[in-house]
Design a protein around this ligand. Sequence first.
Ligand SMILES: C[S@@+](CC[C@H](N)C(=O)[O-])C[C@H]1O[C@@H](n2cnc3c(N)ncnc32)[C@H](O)[C@@H]1O
Length: 703
Amino acid sequence: MGRRAKNKQGDPAPIGDRENRPSQKKLGKRKADDVEAPSKRPAKKARESEVKPAKPSIVKGKPKTVATGEAKAKSDKPKAKTQKRAHFEDEDEGAGSSEGWEDVDDDGDLKSHAKKLFHGSDDDEVVGFEGDLDDLVMDEDDDPFNAPAQELDLGSDDDEPELPVKGKKSKQHVRPAKIIPTGSDASSDDSDEEDDDEDGPTTMKNMEARSRALDARAEEEADLDAEELRRAALDGEMSDDDLRDADDVDMDEEGEGGEDGEEGLVLPTAEELDEEKKRGGPDVHTVQRRMRECVRVLSNFRKYAAKGRARSEYVHTLMSDIASYYGYNDFLTEKLFQLFPVAEAIEFFEANEIPRPVTIRTNTLRTRRRDLAQALINRGVNLEPIGKWTNVGLQVFESSVPIGATPEYLAGHYMLQAASSFLPVIALGPQPGERVLDMASAPGGKTTHMAALMQNTGVVFANDANKARTKSLTANVHRLGCKNVVVCSYDGREFPKVIGGFDRVLLDAPCSGTGVISKDASVKQNKSERDFTLLSHLQKQLILCAIDSVQADSKTGGFLVYSTCSVTVDENEAVVDYALRKRPHVKLVDTGLEFGRPGFTSYRGKTFSDKLSLTRRFYPHVHNMDGFYVAKFKVERRAKVKPAQAGADADSVVPEVDGAPVAFDADEDKPYLEEMKRKRMKAKGLKPPPRHKDAPAAVEAAA
Ligand SMILES: C[S@@+](CC[C@H](N)C(=O)[O-])C[C@H]1O[C@@H](n2cnc3c(N)ncnc32)[C@H](O)[C@@H]1O
């Protein structure tokens, strides 16, 4: 559907940023355009060109080991008159400096010049890295790129290197363009001319239009659903209860015989679908046609549904086709499908097939963004600032060099980091001199960002339960020259017993990774209901410990940020809502992030605190960044509560913080606590009582 091409290397900037920036299309051709048509440059150029050209920093010599904090970067003067210069406004991290740099002075073919620069002088050294790279502890942030940037899978800065896809493969590779009409496709009719260019890349302009169209479409669908429900109720088909929850569409509603569907389309029965599955699934053209038809019918059921066919049949068929087409297991298909209105769900699944933009974060402990950009441009890297919301991010469009093995990379001038990973750190806003805990920190993308914001002062406790992963954390801390970081390896649930009283805490929680499916497609198949139950439980435990590790009367802080790279409600709003209920002395506050959708305040029959709207959701199909979630809490001083008053099980009480007990005392924790007791008894050689017959499956599974 052309979205693929459009989204490729699209801009991860927030919608609101897009207006004042050159289009993606223009960016893609930036070098050529710059040379041929300098008049197209942004207006600020004249002023900017008065700024002295930055001197690119280039490390000389063949690196043999990890560049440490002490690594010295030497400056190379721009060599030739064809030297490409990037001009930036002054931009000191945290100083509220200008976002963009202005365009460059080109008086030659940059690409060939940059190539010459690279292959001629540094090339041998860089190419000669074989072997040495193995010595570097590379994580997903650090995989050296050896292919054009667009084709590279950057890997989350948050998680393991990409795993091979297990199980079913998506049928995406065999599909032609433009098969499923989606909200954004529909919008292209009435949006600007760039939207009409279906095969062109996503532009900042059409991204905004696209995103708006999605929202409008979602609203439209919600209205239609509500209207259908109302009518059904008037017809006596539905109870008041049904009517009350307009989100839960009546799955048994039947069509009244609208227009025929697509020519020759006969909606299969459940049995036929099962049969089809057993035969290896429908052929790709059938599945595409059916998906298209189901989306159309579900967009206006009364009008388009075939007579006698139930809404649930269309939904069931569509979910089955999504699972087969994109290669998801049935459970996850449904879970993700339910998050969005129908057409938007397709957008989401589509976006998961497309790599997100390659982005890097300037390490302001070692360099400035403009200097880094200049140095990389000189090496043949085509890049741009990510957006106004970050003054350290750069988006790499293409590169003739491996972006994870440049001298600048080895010297710690930047971190390969997904744009979404900047968000929780920006929301937390650690200040110089503070004591900060990064409770689940490996491989350290956010730790090193925080260390830089704190200007290497104060202290960041970088903890991760996985000792093996702390190696890459330590390597990154050294490479980026962070001197205020203490690395440790505890289960996060041991905090604040280990150490507490932090001004700020970041809990970038272990999660299912449903926001980073484009990087790790194994998630499509390997996540089950049990995983979500266990993860959600762990996240709930961790968040309470994170809250209890915050110094409520911190003079400068008293904040916690909870984040995940998952889009499921179980791992996000449900966890945050649980924390609010368990710790009445904390409150949600604005994340300060300029964009992102508000968190759910209710979802499929569950009601959360209204304040959940202060949390932020980020989606690949809306923001062109990994799916992500950010919540920010302010921790206030709590009233003293005795364990007995809280109804807490004595065994569940962990050390006191601020004189008050930290307890997991909810009914929902009881089965887990009982299981822990059973385990303790077993460990002591005692015979534990039989497990309660109502114990959730997850408890047994975890046992
Ligand atoms: C999303 S990743 C963190 C990414 C990291 N914040 C970054 O920006 O690079 C989650 C981390 O949680 C760690 N983890 C899992 N269970 C944990 C626990 N109980 N306590 C502390 N860390 C845990 C995992 O080892 C993993 O490194």
